[in-house]
Design a protein around this ligand. Structure first.
Ligand SMILES: N[C@@H](CCC(=O)N[C@@H](CS)C(=O)NCC(=O)O)C(=O)O
Length: 211
């Protein structure tokens, strides 16, 4: 059993989707960010950075210590779940390293760029015109890269749906917060609609809401 400490945000949804896709037994433990629960000592014992998501795996991979394994940082959690389940990340080294740049693009580029734009658009529009303009132009670069890739490839890592798609999808699902019209990026729109139709994705997207 895996405990997922999370809230209804893009970083949290990535892990909820991956748990659903890999059919890992788990329970969702809400950390209400609007009440500041990420700063509670109980949660900070799981993640010293005080941000969701974090997991506690009570039956960890390759571990005979008998101790639960705690993980924070969504990227580390995603790699762990792929390794534990043997799913959604190619095992063959060349295919794996062709896929990892797209996973890292989702974790280190698309996510942070779009998260910043959420903040500027929703909380600082009047205060920071520079932030809004810069955020929108960086977001456009992210969408253009995705659109180009998805124009030649069905999914981010090629023919197969993978963890890289899961790392990016929840950010694209908030295109309205980014004031992005997906019709400007038709390949992203096609990919977005395909992934939105997956039952595991729908469950993961709503996991913290129904917890
Ligand atoms: N690099 C971290 C980022 C996590 C993150 O930014 N989480 C946000 C929600 S999406 C959060 O907990 N924010 C609360 C806060 O900053 O106080 C990861 O990938 O896990």
């Amino acid at each position: 059993m895996i405990d997922l400490h999370t809230w209804d945000t893009s970083n949290g949804r990535k892990i909820a989707i991956l748990l659903e896709e890999t059919a890992q037994p788990h329970r969702v433990i809400p950390v209400d960010l609007s009440k500041g629960q990420q700063h509670d000592a109980r949660f900070r014992a799981l993640n010293p950075y005080a941000k969701i998501p974090a997991i506690v795996d009570h039956e960890p991979l390759h571990d005979d210590s008998g101790q639960p394994l705690t993980l924070f940082e969504s990227g580390a959690i995603m790699l762990y779940l792929c390794e534990k389940t043997g799913q959604l990340l190619p095992a063959q080294p060349r295919a794996r390293f062709e896929c990892l740049p797209w996973l890292m693009f989702g974790l280190a580029s698309a996510g942070p760029v779009l998260a910043e734009l959420h903040h500027y658009n929703r909380h600082a529009k009047a205060l920071s015109p520079y932030g809004v303009t810069r955020g929108a132009s960086e977001a456009d670069k992210v969408y253009k890269v995705l659109d180009e890739r998805l124009g030649t490839s069905e999914y981010l890592c090629g023919d197969a749906y993978s963890v890289a798609d899961i790392a990016v999808y929840p950010w694209i699902a908030r295109h309205d917060w980014q004031e992005i019209d997906l019709r400007r990026y038709p390949n992203v729109l096609r990919w977005y609609e395909t992934i939105s139709a997956r039952a595991a994705v729908q469950r993961g997207m709503n996991a913290a809401r129904i917890a």
